[in-house]
Design a protein around this ligand. Structure first.
Ligand SMILES: [Zn+2]
Length: 261
């Protein structure tokens, strides 16, 4: 499907198709009743789960998600309801990138408020809020997240809200276990990281170890950093290298993790 998308020409058409692909992805990953998700997708904001889909029969583990939901809703509200999931999550995680700085969003009280949880966690929370009908994704406007009326009592803390632990996380920790079994880092990812290092070194006409040394790549293959803050925690990655090579390596790691799913 991604290849089909690439072949289409009109930018707007691609945007809509990309949204549909994301929606299909969300359907596969949903933690809430699948029937609710379908109804919400077609604009029927229902709240009652159906009682007979697979999510109901094999329920995900839940936690008191009111605070998490408030963080996301508040972030959407404070940024003017104009941005998509990725950007909202980046603000919550306190990512330090140019777009956030240009909009002065690093000065918002919600900036970095969700640092203690990883990227996947917040994507999962966003998706769940969409499935529950608290947030709409505006297809006509870059899939921007917008609050619905139902979000008000949550923002005011007037009603309780249960969220599900992201299933992607448990799947990833399973991958982590496999990795531990074979040796404690992801060898396939390590090979890809080395390949990328070689390409960059050739392009920049510098020795590979000047990009990152092997120990740094192994640590990346072990911890799979997908955001700037996580990448900075790896030995051998400083602000300067982050700015120079960070995006290329994080993109590779994100793609690699996406292949697992
Ligand atoms: Zn259901």
């Amino acid at each position: 499907m991604r290849r089909c998308l690439a072949e289409k020409s009109a930018e707007q058409l691609q945007e809509i198709e990309r949204h549909k692909l994301n929606a299909m992805n969300a359907f596969a990953e949903t933690q809430t009743c699948r029937r609710l998700l379908l109804l919400n997708y077609f604009g029927e904001n229902q709240q009652q789960p159906c009682g007979n889909c697979d999510i109901f029969l094999d329920p995900p583990k839940r936690y008191d998600g009111l605070i998490d939901a408030q963080k996301v809703l508040s972030c959407i509200y404070r940024t003017g309801q104009r941005f998509g999931i990725g950007y909202i999550v980046d603000i919550l995680r306190g990512e330090n990138h140019q777009r956030i700085r240009e909009f002065d969003h690093d000065k918002l009280p919600v900036y970095g408020l969700g640092k203690e949880q990883n990227h996947e966690h917040w994507v999962s929370v966003c998706r769940e809020l969409i499935h529950m009908g608290l947030v709409n994704q505006n297809i006509a406007h870059f899939s921007a997240l917008q609050l619905t009326e139902a979000a008000r009592p949550i923002l005011r803390g007037e009603v309780p809200l249960q969220l599900a632990f992201a299933r992607i996380l448990s799947k990833k920790s399973r991958n982590q276990q496999n990795k531990n079994y074979q040796g404690h880092y992801d060898k396939k990812l390590f090979a890809k990281l080395r390949q990328l290092r070689k390409v960059i070194a050739n392009e920049e006409n510098i020795p590979p170890f000047v990009v990152f040394n092997d120990a740094t790549l192994i640590e990346m293959a072990e911890r799979c950093p997908v955001g700037s803050n996580e990448l900075l925690l790896i030995n051998g990655v400083g602000q300067r290298k982050l700015a120079r090579f960070g995006e290329a390596f994080m993109t590779l790691i994100r793609d690699h993790l996406a292949d697992f799913e």
